[in-house]
Design a protein around this ligand. Structure first.
Ligand SMILES: C[S@@+](CC[C@H](N)C(=O)[O-])C[C@H]1O[C@@H](n2cnc3c(N)ncnc32)[C@H](O)[C@@H]1O
Length: 262
């Protein structure tokens, strides 16, 4: 069985993932990058940088950015896309920076750091200079719940405990903001939303979403088993989630903005 970090597929992510939530967050400049408002001379960490496209948007503001990500394949792709930037393989639950930063930014990655979310926040706190800011969007409680339920149901025929494969930590807004404050930050803003997101890829959209984001569930299945599971998920969700030749899923973006006292 491959490790979870190795199962990210950068080519699939760039082809599909980078447009998954076009209607929510990925505009010309990612909205969270606008909120981060990095300035020339600042050092910024992009935590869970993936293939580096948002890291590059931060760098375009004039800041010096380092991207870290647990997946060697994603980091290799980031380095290929943006050789002028610095990327490192590191786990958000266990990283130390050489030099403290003015801001830690994280987009759509913290929910994957499910082994020890408190360790991630402690590491972020330690990485920041006094007065530094933590600007993060993750997915919150109930994110893509219908898909998760259908997937775990379909997998039951092939693996003993499908729920144990769930790779996500989906906190409520209150849980996450409290954790951030308990670990030393002051939260200045936090919000949570429910958004119906049409997936690109037409008929193949849900399949691509599952292969891009839910690969941890599918590890170890042969191609025929994987296709059967995906087919069953599609059949179960079609009536409520397939309209006008495209799949629509409900995402729950959760944003927290916090700072470390000066
Ligand atoms: C959905 S992608 C987001 C990537 C990027 N922020 C973007 O928006 O394009 C999630 C990323 O989190 C990374 N990740 C998952 N667990 C991690 C961990 N424990 N530490 C660091 N990165 C992690 C994955 O390797 C993946 O690249």
């Amino acid at each position: 069985m491959r490790g979870l970090d190795d199962s990210w597929d950068p080519a699939l992510y760039d082809a599909f993932g980078s447009t998954e939530d076009a209607s929510v967050v990925r505009r010309e400049q990612n909205e969270l990058v606008r909120i981060l408002d990095a300035e020339p001379g600042e050092r910024v960490l992009d935590l869970g940088c993936g293939t580096g496209h948002i890291t590059a948007q931060i760098a375009a503001c004039g800041a010096t950015v380092t991207g870290i990500d647990r997946s060697p394949a994603m980091v290799a792709a980031a380095r290929r896309h943006h050789p002028e930037l610095t990327f490192r393989v590191a786990d958000g639950q266990d990283f130390v920076l050489d030099e403290p930063v003015h801001a830690v930014f994280s987009y759509c990655a913290l929910q994957w750091m499910n082994r020890d979310p408190a360790a991630v926040i402690r590491n972020v706190f330690r990485a920041l200079l006094p007065g530094g800011r933590f600007v993060a969007e993750l997915r919150g409680k109930g994110n893509a719940q219908a898909v998760t339920d259908a997937l775990e149901g379909a997998l039951g025929a092939y693996v003993p405990d499908p729920g144990s494969r769930n790779p996500w930590f989906y906190p409520t807004l209150g849980e996450y903001a409290c954790l951030v404050e308990q670990l030393g930050f002051t939260v200045w803003s936090a919000d949570w939303d429910q958004v119906e997101v049409p997936l690109p890829g037409g008929k193949q959209g849900l399949r691509c979403w599952l292969l891009t984001y839910a690969h941890a569930y599918l590890v170890g299945l042969c191609d025929a088993e994987r296709d059967a599971v995906i087919g069953q998920v599609e059949s179960q969700l079609r009536a409520d989630h397939y309209q006008d030749d495209r799949w629509v899923i409900e995402l729950h973006p959760l944003r927290v903005f916090a700072h470390k006292a000066s």
